[in-house]
Design a protein around this ligand. Structure first.
Ligand code: HEC
Length: 318
């Protein structure tokens, strides 16, 4: 870990990662069976009712469940399960709602691409409790899947999920401005610059902040270590094993598959926000610049055990 990232001339901009003892105490997130999400009018008859009758099914965890891993083809299939395994649900993450994916207006307004078969391949349904169908979000597949103009799906190509528009046109109530600013700060603050470029948002309304995001086209994302003012293009992952330096900045090395796993864990896997698994010197270890108290930042919570995703609304509101 100490040599993972290329050192910067001024180390103030290099992240400090969570300690190993914290990392290894984070419970392993179980992967549930995934069911496709269909656009309105494209679902097989009685699909939702059928889903509601399905038992929760764990396909991979750190106990007794795992897919068959004997042949090369088994491994590829298993990788696909991980690639599309959600890291949060519409309930705890609050970015799009379950109702959105069956609302034709949401597709139209956000310019949401769907496949030839009427599937929305960026998300899926999971069942963690019988009778309760949840929308799984933030799988690798959400950002790293491309639907082509003819409806073909390319897994691992430059993604084209219209992220910012999907959120804007969601039926979820919009996050109040102070919360949105706090969340943006958690992701994009450059606390060693004075003023921090993000501070221009300090007195903005939530609508104004959301409008800034609408300038970002599908395939480009406001991302941690970048920002809504300097969004990055979602790269393709096809052939990623041959790249020695990851991200537009090329800061993270890929010396082996282990580094790729570190990349996934640090950027997406643990709690999805590196602001929670890493911090930048002026923000650490005080909670002055971050609304989340240090105790909650560093200890696995019940929420991490069940979904390993920041239930950020409740954390901020608390
Ligand atoms: C919310 C959208 C999003 C999700 C979800 C996501 N990624 Fe990414 N990914 C990005 C963006 C944007 C970048 C480019 C970052 C940069 O250049 O700084 C990226 C970059 C990468 C890279 C670097 C590729 C390169 O050539 O430099 C890898 C590897 C990667 N992602 C793997 C994953 C994996 C594995 C997952 C699931 C565990 C995942 N991503 C989930 C948006 C996402």
């Amino acid at each position: 870990m100490s040599t993972l990232e290329v050192p910067l001339a001024n180390p103030i901009g290099s992240p400090k990662h969570a300690q190993a003892d914290y990392y290894y105490r984070i419970p392993v997130r179980p992967i549930y069976k995934q069911y496709p999400v269909y656009a309105p009018g494209r679902e097989p008859a009685g699909y939702m009712e059928w889903l509601k009758k399905q038992d929760p099914l764990i396909v991979w965890d750190d106990a007794s469940h795992k897919p068959k891993l004997e042949t090369e083809a088994d491994w590829i299939k298993a990788g696909e399960i991980v690639f599309s395994a959600p890291q949060g649900t519409s309930v705890d993450q609050g970015f799009i709602a379950l109702a959105d994916v069956s609302n034709a207006a949401w597709y139209e307004r956000s310019g949401m691409p769907i496949t030839k078969n009427g599937v929305l391949p960026f998300v899926n349904y999971i069942i963690r409790e019988k009778g309760k169908v949840e929308l799984g979000l933030f799988a690798c597949a959400m950002c790293h899947t491309r639907v082509m103009p003819d409806g073909a799906t390319l897994k691992g190509a430059q993604g084209n999920f219209p992220f910012e528009r999907a959120a804007k046109y969601s039926s979820l109530s919009h996050t109040p401005a102070p919360l949105l600013f706090a969340l943006n700060r958690q992701l994009y603050a450059v606390s060693w610059l004075h003023p921090d470029p993000l501070d221009v948002e300090k007195d903005m309304t939530a609508d104004e902040m959301i409008e800034i995001l609408q300038t970002i086209p599908p395939g480009v994302i406001s991302r941690h270590r970048a920002s809504q003012f300097t969004p990055v293009q979602v790269p393709d992952l096809i052939g990623v094993k041959d790249r020695h330096y990851l991200d537009r900045t090329g800061l993270q090395q890929q010396r082996s598959i282990v580094d790729l796993m570190r990349y996934a864990a640090l950027n997406q896997g643990v709690i999805s926000s590196p602001a929670l698994t890493a911090s930048f010197p002026p923000m650490f270890p005080t909670s002055k610049n971050c609304l989340i108290p240090p105790a909650r930042r560093w200890l696995p919570t019940a929420a991490t055990a069940t979904n390993s995703f920041t239930p950020w609304r409740s954390m901020f509101i608390r």
